[in-house]
Every structure is written in C-alpha cells, then in structure tokens.
Design a protein around this ligand. Structure first.
Ligand code: SER
Length: 319
C-alpha cells in the first residue's frame, strides 16, 4: 500500500491521529513528521519518525520519495492566539506550509487532508446554526490563513485534480496532548485544574458559546472523510463538523456534577475573548452528515466522564 504521512505529528491532533492510523493501517505504513518538538517515546517507537519543515518543499519531497507516500494528513499549523501574537509566522506556517504540501501532492499524486476551523468565520457570519456556505470574513490572522487554505485546497482540486479534503474543526478536547495557544484551550485546561486544584480561572466570559468536539470524534471525522466516496463529496475542503456547543459556565456545571466542590471564576483575556466573540455559537454540520455520514459519539456529559476518568489516572489524582 502507498504510505501515509502526518505533518504536525507531535501536535495536539497529530500525536493521537498518528497512533490511530498506525493501528488501522499498520505501524510501518504511517510516517510521523515533526519540526522542532521532540516526539513522545510512543510516537517514536511505534513507527517511522522524521524531522522536517513542512514549508520546505525539498524536505517534504525527500520524505515523500523515501517512503512512497500516497496520503498526507497536513496538520502542521499555529493556533489562533499564537497567530495573533505572531501574525507573519502564522501566515508562513499555515499558508506557505500548505502550499508546499499541495505542490508535492500535485507532483507525486498524493491526496491531502487539511483541517480548517470555526476560525474561518468572522463577525459578519451568521452566529447561530452557521451554514456550510456563508460569509467568511474572519478578523484573526488564524482565520485568514484558514480561509486561504480552504480556497487553495479547492483550487488544487479544480485545477490539478489533487484529491484534497478538509474539515472545519471546532475546539478539540483531549486528555493526551495539550493544545498550544488556541482560544478554545480553556475547555481542556479546566479539566486539569478541576482535578489538581478544584478551581479554574477562565480567560473567556461565562456565557461565551463555542462548538467543541472530543478527540476520538475528531480523529474519526478525519479518517472517515478521507475514506469517503469522492463522488458524494460536494464540499470537499471545508465541511462544518461539530459534536456539542457550550459556554464556560455550562462545562463548569458538568464538571461540578462529578466534583461537587469545583469552582470557576473569570479573568478575561481581551485578545482571546475578541477572537471567540468573532466565531460562531454553533455550526450547522448537516452537509457532513449527508455527504459522508458524519455522526459524533460524545456529548458534554459523556466527554466529561471520560476526561475525568482518564486524566485522574494520568495525573494520579482522585476525584
Ligand atoms: N482550537 C482552535 C483555536 O482555538 C480553533 O480551531 O485556535
């Protein structure tokens, strides 16, 4: 079989996606790539690992040739809050990295998965039940790079017949790898702090509603989309997908059901609050459901049970 390459394999989604892909397709068939961060022992020891800079065509090409790559999950990217602190770097990594990968895909016949985000929407987008096809004028650099990425992937499909596919992910929550520098990170931190201190200080306002998804659903979504019948895909590169939406107040309430003396208070970070306020409350993901059978498994209560159970084991803390 043609092999699979995962860029950003040391990141939040990549570190888990790589292991799931190895289980499904065989350890030696999935090549993990990182840039600067060291991989975990599990990632390094379960299959091939290479260091590369996804912006560098020649470095990606060397790995694609070496392993005869047929599918690229291109996850190397900066998240929204870091993107606001370093907008030029966000453009460079998120867009120039994608361009290099798309060019490789064009020249070597690879298919490409690229994640987009709720960040691809902006304040002029309808906030409730955000449609699949709607206004996209994001006001964060992260969002600018995500819209550019969606359109680039469409272009490579239309112009060069590259099999590009993608999802607009909401905030992703997991007990394995922490996210780095996103606006939705609070929904991961809150579980750590609930177990460690029974108290969490949230950087978003109590009533800030955002779409979210538990990691197992996020991984299934990517793999199911890449395996879907291409004839049925009308919205190849930017499917809205969501599993739940909640506010900080509501996630705190769900945790309180399990840890009754848990408390939340608020110290608002204006940058991340501004980003969150520009994003949808909840997306309409009916196109993904219809075109390739998207169906999430975890809601807030089920995710909270699983997060607390697994994190308490990981941190060796009882609740
Ligand atoms: N989780 C991302 C962020 O907060 C959104 O896609 O930046």
């Amino acid at each position: 079989m043609k092999k699979i390459l995962v860029t950003g394999a040391v990141g939040q989604i990549g570190s888990e996606l790589t292991l799931v892909l190895r289980k499904k397709y065989g350890n030696d068939n999935v090549i993990a790539c990182g840039h600067s961060k060291q991989p975990s022992d599990e990632l390094k020891n379960s299959g091939p690992f290479e260091f590369l800079d996804a912006r560098n065509y020649a470095e990606v090409e060397t790995v694609v040739k070496k392993y005869d790559i047929g599918v690229i999950y291109h996850l190397a990217a900066l998240l929204s809050a870091v993107g606001e602190a370093k907008p030029q770097l966000a453009w460079d990594i998120n867009v120039n990295g994608l361009v290099a990968v798309l060019e490789i895909a064009r020249n070597y016949g690879c298919s490409v998965f690229t994640p987009s985000s709720i960040g691809a929407f902006g304040p002029s987008t309808p906030k409730k039940n955000t449609p699949q096809d709607t206004i996209q004028r994001p006001t964060s650099m992260y969002g600018v790079t995500k819209v550019a990425g969606e359109i680039l992937c469409d272009y490579y499909f239309l112009k060069f017949k590259v099999d590009t596919r993608g999802l607009r992910y909401p905030g992703i929550i997991s007990y394995v790898s922490p996210p780095g520098g996103g606006t939705t990170d609070y929904a991961v931190d809150i579980y750590y702090k609930a177990l460690e201190n029974k108290k969490y200080t949230c950087f978003l306002k109590a009533d800030t509603r955002l779409d979210m998804m538990y990691m197992p659903d996020a991984l299934n979504a990517a793999i199911n989309l890449m395996e879907a019948d291409p004839a049925k895909l009308k919205h190849r590169n930017a499917f809205n997908v969501t599993a739940m939406n909640f506010t900080p107040e509501q996630i705190a309430k769900a945790i309180k059901k399990k840890i009754p003396d848990f408390k939340i208070d608020y110290e608002i970070d204006p940058v991340r609050q501004g980003i969150a306020d520009s994003w949808p409350d909840n997306m309409d993901d009916s196109a993904a459901r219809k075109e390739w059978g998207w169906k999430p498994e975890y809601d807030l209560a089920k995710m909270t049970d699983d997060m607390l159970l697994n994190l308490s084991k990981k941190l060796n803390l009882k609740y």
